[in-house]
Design a binder for this molecule. Structure first.
Ligand code: GLC
Length: 752
């Protein structure tokens, strides 16, 4: 496409139309110039393409597609290669369905476990989110289908989502809520980003020029299209001026008319429209070039197998007392399968991500198939999914458990708890389910609990009733088979928590600030989210970030951390050996955390800075290497408006979870002194420390009649913390800082 030529041929009306969608799921095109619209649809863990035959907008009326494990599950896989494969499969199904942009991945940080859409997000940690999100984008786009990384940014709750203002300090935004987007933009170059519904510090994300232009484009170099979330634009003129390119869905003639009027009245220059039109045309060109490639034939059976493997890799073995798992499928003992979720799997959340799965595996069928004629298997629903107490269902479950050697109890969050548009008010499993668990544990000591939930649930009050707990998350259409693979040892659990499991909701970082009031939510916990919070307060948790058991054990040895270079060129090479000390093949997620105890400002105790997932045969050892660079050691300094790294010691911890650091090392890093621009708000002490300005200020302090402040250490100590402009006022204007003012005017290099 001759993009510049097309732009030149477009009328203002045609341009304005391009900046709004056509219908609900397409961009506009320019038929007379052969510019075809692009088809956009959800994501993020399957292709939800509205069935053209459906006359009403019913979310479930979509064409069949593979429902992969949701992000909450995929995030627990810690497997970059796996997510690239899932992304590629999503890309293949998208292309086959004629979809040009798949609306995902969702990479918002799990600020509170109460957020109803946490099932669509990967982690509480920005590095894990960024690396896994980039893998999904790379996989998807490798098939010629664009991603739409969402929801940009600080969209961490569903309550009042289209109006609430997230009040977040810049350092927290940069280090927590923008970092994953930044990594994905820089590493995976997504075709599009989706601007969120909410406001950020009072400014709607969809018309936030600091976010969409200064940070996203000028700093990070993003050159794709920013589209709005559906219905997120309140002022299309402000939005285009701020850097939004595409308003979705269509507003008919309303928004195009406002844009045309704004150009004609000089409210915005037509070059602003052209800027977005060029981006849109490049996107339509990308879509067009994909269309020219032969349509793929989707192997849905292979995609189902991939979904099963992804679910296996994402399941977290939280507890395995007496090594009750894996069960021996040939063992002649009997099994009681209890819980409606075993028969009626809950494998995805509600809202725009709802997939019409090509097939669904129930754990019950998978368990029966796994044991064959070896073991008797009974099934009891145990409880009604509605949550209504049902004594007879409960009693039937107890009777079945009493006769069985092992009770497999399937618990989870009922429909509506993990859904777009609604947040939870607690993190408890329904009481009716826990009553069944307790009653079953009364009559059977060998209880294994399998969980199905999109965000963490409270476990501390009931896990003593179970010897083993498998956290399966919302694990996609093949999740039931995956659970059976893990229960019977056909696969070895290798998932790790991407979200801390707290002891109580009251312990969670955002507890006092969620979901906010009167249109405002204050991120009072700052960047102390998830493990950053619990570790800073040295609080006990039920299960820490990064935790997950295996059917084998891993030993860490020979940690070496070597510093090469300094400043922005520094590289810290971290290496250690991991050995499978058990008798089964297994996968370990080797995690690297960095702490900065010398920091002159507060920083989290430790932060995840690298990880890798490796498979080891029994007795096998592997040396794993990581490279940490300046950014990995840096924090964002609003005073300097940039990322800064300080000289000093850094703690490198390597291990199996954020609270199971097997080996640690201290490295010392050199960096130029951290200075910040001096201004009249800087303190007297900061000014005195400056080699140029210090003598001038001392002279000024000694200049008043009889004044000798400048030579009195006690006095200087006392006034050292006073901002210079305040001292001038306190001196009644007698303190003459003319020389300082001249310095400020002529020497912007003044720094503290
Ligand atoms: C929804 C969601 C967004 C989705 C879009 C289109 O409101 O917030 O994730 O992609 O609208 O369905």
């Amino acid at each position: 496409m001759d993009i510049e030529g097309v732009l030149a041929a477009l009328s203002l009306e045609e341009k304005a139309n391009l900046l709004s969608g056509q219908g609900a799921w397409e961009t506009s095109g320019v038929e007379r110039l052969g510019v075809r619209p692009a088809v956009l649809t959800d994501g993020p863990h399957g292709v939800r393409l509205q069935d053209p035959a459906s006359t009403s907008f019913v979310l479930s009326a979509s064409l069949p597609a593979t429902c992969f494990p949701t992000a909450a599950a995929l995030g627990s896989s810690w497997d970059v290669d796996l997510l690239a494969q899932v992304g590629a499969a999503l890309g293949t199904e998208s292309r086959a369905a004629g979809v040009n942009v798949l609306l995902g991945p969702g990479v918002n940080i799990k600020r509170s476990p109460l957020c109803g859409r946490n099932f669509e997000y990967l982690s509480e940690d920005p590095l894990l989110t960024g690396h896994l999100g980039a893998a999904l984008v790379n996989g998807l786009q490798s098939q010629g289908v664009g991603a739409s990384v969402k929801h940009f940014a600080a969209n961490n709750q569903e309550t009042d989502r289209m109006h609430v203002s997230a009040e977040v300090d810049e350092r927290t935004l940069r280090e927590l809520y923008l970092a994953a987007f930044e990594h994905i933009v820089r590493e995976a170059r997504p075709w599009t980003l989706m601007a969120a519904y909410n406001r950020i510090n009072g400014v709607p994300a969809a018309q936030n020029s600091w976010l969409l232009t200064e940070v996203l484009r000028q700093e990070w170099g993003f050159d794709g299209v920013v589209m709005s979330d559906w219905g997120a634009v309140t002022d299309p003129v402000e939005a285009v001026a701020a850097g939004l390119d595409l308003e979705m869905p269509s507003t008919g003639d309303l928004s195009p008319a406002k844009l045309i009027e704004a150009v004609k009245t000089g409210q915005i220059d037509e070059t602003m429209i052209d800027r977005s039109v060029l981006r849109l045309l490049r996107l339509l060109e990308q879509a067009g070039s994909s269309r020219s490639r032969p349509l793929p034939v989707v192997d849905f059976a292979a995609h189902h197998d991939l979904a099963r493997r992804a679910a296996v890799e994402s399941t977290v073995l939280l507890k395995n007392k007496d090594a009750i798992l894996p069960l021996d499928p040939a063992d002649r003992t009997s099994l009681a399968v209890i819980g409606e979720f075993a028969r009626t799997p809950t494998f995805q959340g509600g809202g725009s991500s709802l997939i019409n799965a090509t097939r669904t595996d129930s754990a019950l069928e998978a368990v029966i198939n796994a044991v064959g004629e070896h073991r008797s298997v009974s099934f009891s629903a145990g409880f009604a999914l509605s949550g209504e107490p049902n004594p007879s269902l409960c009693q039937a479950a107890v009777d079945a458990a009493a006769k069985a050697d092992v009770a497999l109890v399937f618990l989870g969050l009922p429909e509506g708890e993990d859904t777009e548009g609604v947040d939870r008010t607690d993190i408890d499993l329904p009481d009716v389910q826990l009553r069944v668990l307790r009653a079953v544990a009364e009559v059977n000591d060998n209880v294994v609990v399998v969980l199905a939930n999109g965000s963490v649930v409270e476990v501390a009050s009931w896990e003593q009733h179970a010897k083993a707990v498998l956290e399966g998350w919302l694990n996609g259409q093949a999740g039931g088979s995956a659970i059976a693979d893990l229960l019977f040892g056909r696969a070895n659990p290798s998932g790790r928590l991407a979200e801390t499991v707290p002891l109580r909701l009251q312990d969670t970082p955002a507890y006092l600030n969620f979901p906010g009031n009167d249109g405002t939510v204050v991120y009072g916990e700052r960047f102390y989210v998830g493990y950053r919070y619990y570790d800073a307060k040295d609080m006990p948790v039920a299960y820490p970030f990064g935790h997950g058991l295996s059917y084998t054990t891993f030993v860490y040895s020979n940690l070496r951390a070597v510093v090469e270079g300094e400043g922005q060129d520094v590289v810290v090479r971290v290496r250690c050996t991991v050995t499978n000390a058990g008798s089964r093949i297994g996968k370990e997620v080797v995690q690297v955390y960095v702490g900065d105890p010398d920091a002159r400002i507060d920083r989290p105790t430790r932060e995840l800075k690298a990880f890798t997932k490796i498979e080891l045969a029994p007795g096998q050892s592997e040396s794993v290497e990581f490279e940490l660079r300046a950014r990995d050691l840096s924090f964002f300094s609003p005073a300097h408006s940039r990322w800064v790294m300080e000289s000093g010691d850094f703690e490198i911890g390597v291990g199996a979870s954020s609270r199971d650091l097997r080996l640690t090392a201290i490295v010392t890093v050199q960096a130029p002194p951290l200075e910040r621009p001096l201004d009249l708000g800087s303190t007297v002490g900061e000014w005195l420390a400056d080699p140029t300005a210090g003598p001038l200020l001392r002279a000024a302090l000694n200049s008043g009649e009889g004044s000798s402040i400048g030579t009195s250490p006690e006095m200087l100590e006392m006034i050292g913390g006073i901002p210079l402009d305040r001292l001038v006022v306190m001196s009644g204007g007698r303190l003459d800082i003319g020389a300082i003012l001249q310095l400020i005017e002529h020497d912007s290099a003044l720094t503290a």
